[in-house]
Design a protein around this ligand. Structure first.
Ligand SMILES: Nc1nc2c(ncn2[C@@H]2O[C@H](COP(=O)(O)OP(=O)(O)OP(=O)(O)O)[C@@H](O)[C@H]2O)c(=O)[nH]1
Ligand SMILES: *[C@@H]1O[C@H](CO)[C@@H](O)[C@H](O)[C@H]1NC(C)=O
Ligand SMILES: [Mg+2]
Length: 201
C-alpha cells in the first residue's frame, strides 16, 4: 500500500465581499505570486498546499469562494465542510468592512459550530487609501473572539502567518492519535487499518 504523503487534511474556506482580494491572498500563499488584474471568481475554486506543523504534514485544501451575491447559494453550500474560515475585508473599502457582520451571520447559519474563524483586513499596503482603521478590525475581532491580521497579498504581509496560525489553531483542537502509525489513514476515519489493535488493546 502506498504511504500517504500527509498526516492530516484541513479544509479551509475564504469568504468576503467581491474584490477584497480573497483570490490574491490564496494565490500569494499557494504560488507566492500576485496579479493586479481583477478576474472575479466564478462560483468556487480551490488550491492545495501542504505545510508542516509540530512535525506533522498537514495538507491544506483551501476553497476560494466568489464574493458576488449571485453565487451565494453555491458558496454557502461549502461552509459546512470547512474546519477554518478566513473572512476578508479590504481596508480601503468601508462597505466591505460593514458587511463583515453579514458574513459572520452567514458563518453562524451555515458552518459547523466549532469552525475556527479568522478576520483579515487585506490591502494594508495601501496606507494612503485606508478607510478602515486597524483598531476597528481589532475591535470587531475581539467582540467575536476571533483572531485578526492585516494582510497584503501584493506586498506579501502576514499571508503565510495567517494561514499557518489558522492551521495551528485547528491542529490544537484535533484529537491526538497514536504516534508511529504512518500506514494508518488518520485523515478520513475511513479505510482505517490497524488502528484498533494499536490503540485499544
Ligand atoms: N494593493 C493591493 N491590491 C490587492 C491586494 N489583494 C488584491 N488586490 C487587488 O484587488 C483586486 C481584487 O482581487 P481578487 O483577489 O480577485 O478579489 P476577490 O476577493 O477574489 O473577488 P471575488 O472573486 O469577486 O470575490 C485585484 O485587482 C487585485 O489585484 C493587496 O493586498 N493589495
Ligand atoms: C455588501 O453586502 C450587500 C448585501 O449582500 C451587497 O449588495 C454589497 O454588494 C456588498 N458590498 C460589497 C462592497 O460587495
Ligand atoms: Mg476571487
Amino acid at each position: 500500500m502506498a504511504k500517504k504523503t500527509y498526516d492530516l487534511l484541513f479544509k479551509l474556506l475564504l469568504i468576503g465581499d467581491s474584490g477584497v482580494g480573497k483570490t490574491c491572498v490564496l494565490f500569494r500563499f499557494s504560488d507566492d505570486a500576485f496579479n493586479t488584474t481583477f478576474i472575479s471568481t466564478i462560483g468556487i475554486d480551490f488550491k492545495i498546499k501542504t505545510v508542516e506543523l509540530q512535525g506533522k504534514k498537514i495538507k491544506l485544501q483551501i476553497w476560494d469562494t466568489a464574493g458576488q451575491e449571485r453565487f451565494h447559494t453555491i458558496t454557502t453550500s461549502y461552509y459546512r465542510g470547512a474546519m477554518g474560515i478566513m473572512l476578508v475585508y479590504d481596508i480601503s473599502n468601508a462597505k466591505s468592512f460593514e458587511n463583515i457582520s453579514k458574513w459572520l451571520r452567514n458563518i453562524d447559519e451555515h458552518a459547523n459550530e466549532d469552525v475556527e474563524r479568522m478576520l483579515l483586513g487585506n490591502k494594508c499596503d495601501m496606507e494612503d487609501k485606508r478607510i478602515v482603521p486597524k483598531a476597528k478590525g481589532e475591535q470587531i475581532a475581539r467582540e467575536h473572539a476571533i483572531r485578526f491580521f492585516e494582510t497584503s497579498a501584493k506586498a506579501n504581509i502576514n499571508i503565510e502567518k495567517a494561514f499557518l496560525t489558522l492551521a495551528e489553531d485547528i491542529l490544537k483542537k484535533t484529537p491526538v492519535k497514536e504516534p508511529n502509525s504512518e500506514n494508518v489513514d488518520i485523515s478520513t476515519g475511513g479505510g482505517v487499518t490497524g488502528w484498533k489493535t494499536k490503540c485499544c488493546s
